[in-house]
Write a protein that binds this ligand. Structure first.
Ligand SMILES: Nc1nc2c(c(=O)[nH]1)N=C([C@H](O)[C@H](O)COP(=O)(O)OP(=O)(O)OP(=O)(O)O)CN2
Ligand SMILES: [Zn+2]
Length: 136
């Protein structure tokens, strides 16, 4: 019997979608207003879910306090109030799309979560745009 435990979190961050090997016109054509050279921001919301067996002694799949602290140290401290393109090393050579951001977050968290647990992350870039990644 497997149960999913989820924790919501949020951060706000600035970014710019662009490719340095494309000129401004091509970036504008593909990324539109999101390629604004002066950046723009989002209030990102995420739902981190771990799925696994309930431990017989604790009754936990995973202690949510541990999950909360992990999200704070690996995601919020690293991304909150940051310019993703400039201040977050993972995006130095990676376009900070929602797709790429969710994969980066998943890889950061995966290292710290037991391999007996499945990990899935849903990342909302806006209230209407969201992506999901489970490591496949
Ligand atoms: N596949 C993707 N497409 C887009 C991404 C992305 O990360 N992956 N990102 C953007 C922009 O950065 C931004 O998310 C779009 O903002 P906006 O168009 O303002 O989104 P809204 O949901 O607010 O738009 P509404 O029309 O008001 O719903 C673009 N594309
Ligand atoms: Zn954006």
């Amino acid at each position: 019997m497997k149960v999913t435990v989820s924790r919501k979190a949020h951060f706000n961050a600035a970014h710019r979608l662009y490719r340095p090997d494309w000129d401004d016109a091509k970036n504008e054509e593909i990324f539109g207003k999101c390629s604004n050279p002066n950046y723009h921001g989002h209030n990102y919301e995420l739902i981190v879910s771990v799925k696994g067996e309930i431990d017989k002694e604790t009754g936990f799949v995973m202690d949510v306090k541990i999950l909360k602290d992990l999200i704070i140290s690996e995601v919020e401290d690293a991304f909150d109030h940051k310019n993703l393109n400039i201040e977050v090393p993972e995006f130095k050579n990676l376009n900070p799309t929602a797709e790429n951001i969710v994969v980066v977050i998943w890889n950061k968290l995966r290292k710290h979560i037991s391999t007996t647990l499945d990990l899935e992350i849903v990342l909302y870039e806006t209230p209407r745009n969201f992506v999901k990644y489970a490591g496949e």
